[in-house]
Design a protein around this ligand. Structure first.
Ligand SMILES: NC(=O)c1ccc[n+]([C@@H]2O[C@H](COP(=O)([O-])OP(=O)(O)OC[C@H]3O[C@@H](n4cnc5c(N)ncnc54)[C@H](OP(=O)(O)O)[C@@H]3O)[C@@H](O)[C@H]2O)c1
Length: 346
């Protein structure tokens, strides 16, 4: 075992898009567990768009980080030393232990609302990395937002943005399991090919190269949109509002196009469009479903084992690569879940 704990801290608040100089690698001694504590070696770190928001002084749902704080992030790790009666050496736990290699825990705390509690991971569910992706928070987000908010019916046209990412790729596949026709938007031809030829989406659109995106959306959805699954906000969401079907549903899951620009406004007449379509808008935050975590994780793991859901991971190696991988994820460098492997799984 290396004798230092390396971590990434917030060095500066980004103005607009974050840069590598907004982060700093620090190192210190590996903490030693006191009475009732245990030491965790983090194996995988999850990089997520919400972490961009936490770099601001305040964030819509959750406090902002202070300069010098360890970056917030979900982790899967192994208990390597324990003075706690309920946590044994070798157990695998998932929690919000941040962008660092080692962390102490006392086994207390809730999971809800970015709480610091831990969840034990059953390795039989799948590779440990999946506890941060398809069998973790992104999988839960996709599962509950589709079954509880979007509620697609057979034949519905569901449009998913951020479609090749961790949440969108799963949400689109779950909608297909419910018989929907699914159109995905993503930022490269390779991603569009992945959506259509590997995940079974009906149509894929490269939103960066389509000569007339509104026209491409109309062509892909001749019967208009029954469910708009919004991962991105911004001007793309505006276009979807212009092509809604009567009694459509809009599920607002994320607004990544707006995370670097707090002042970005969507079109002023969006409510007219909602009225004309008699549409429903549903705001979704996965933490409302914390009491049903096990249901989602078991269902996603089963679908993966049955071959009904496929997932991808983009994995950087080493804590020092986390800032670069984070910036890459924010600008579309990932397909599926962006992770950093800190140590090889046992
Ligand atoms: N409400 C909730 O409970 C909840 C939970 C988890 C995640 N989320 C949200 O869900 C969304 C997806 O999260 P994720 O973890 O699955 O991330 P992700 O999709 O795996 O990664 C982010 C992706 O966003 C795309 N992107 C970046 N800037 C964009 C822009 N201006 N316009 C369109 N697409 C852009 C990039 O793909 P391209 O190559 O396609 O551009 C990038 O790969 C985010 O908005 C996130 O905040 C919400």
């Amino acid at each position: 075992m290396a004798d230092v704990n390396r971590r990434i801290v917030l060095a500066a608040r980004p103005e607009g898009a974050p840069r590598e100089t907004d982060f700093r690698l620090e190192q210190g001694p590996i903490p030693r567990p006191g009475p009732g504590q245990f030491l965790i070696r983090n194996l995988y770190l999850s990089l997520d768009p919400y972490q961009r928001g936490r770099m601001n002084p305040s964030w819509r749902y959750g406090r902002g980080l202070e300069i010098g704080d360890t970056m917030i992030g979900g982790t899967v790790g192994e208990v390597i030393e324990s003075n706690h009666p309920a946590y044994r050496k070798g157990e695998i736990v998932e929690g919000l232990l941040g962008w660092q290699e080692y962390a102490l825990h006392d086994g207390l705390g809730e999971r809800a609302n970015y709480g610091l509690g831990l969840t034990r991971i059953d390795p039989a569910r799948g590779p440990l990395s999946t506890a941060l992706g398809v069998n973790g928070m992104p999988g839960e987000t996709a599962y509950f937002s589709i079954i509880e908010a979007a509620r697609p019916k057979p034949g519905d046209t569901v449009v998913v943005t951020g479609a090749a990412g961790a949440v969108g790729s799963l949400a689109g596949q779950i909608a297909k399991l419910f018989g929907a026709r699914v159109v995905g938007l993503a930022g490269s031809d390779a991603k569009v090919d992945y959506l259509v030829n590997e995940l079974g989406f009906d149509v894929g659109i490269n939103y960066k190269t389509a000569p007339d995106l509104m026209q491409a959306i109309r062509a892909a959805c001749p019967d208009r949109i029954d469910v708009y699954y919004d991962n991105v906000g911004g001007p793309i969401a505006d276009m979807m509002f212009r092509w809604l079907n009567r009694h459509s549903r809009i599920v607002i899951v994320g607004r990544i196009a707006q995370y670097n620009d707090a002042k970005m406004r969507t079109m002023p007449d969006v409510f007219s469009q909602i009225m004309l379509a008699r549409a429903s808008v549903i705001g979704f935050v996965v933490y409302d479903y914390d009491h049903r975590t096990e249901e989602a994780r078991n269902r996603m793991a089963r679908w993966v084992k049955e071959g009904k859901i496929r997932y991808a991971e983009t994995i950087a190696k080493g804590i020092e690569r986390a800032p670069e991988a984070f910036l890459s994820m924010l600008t579309g460098g990932n397909t599926g879940k962006q992770l950093v492997q800190l140590y090889p799984p046992p």
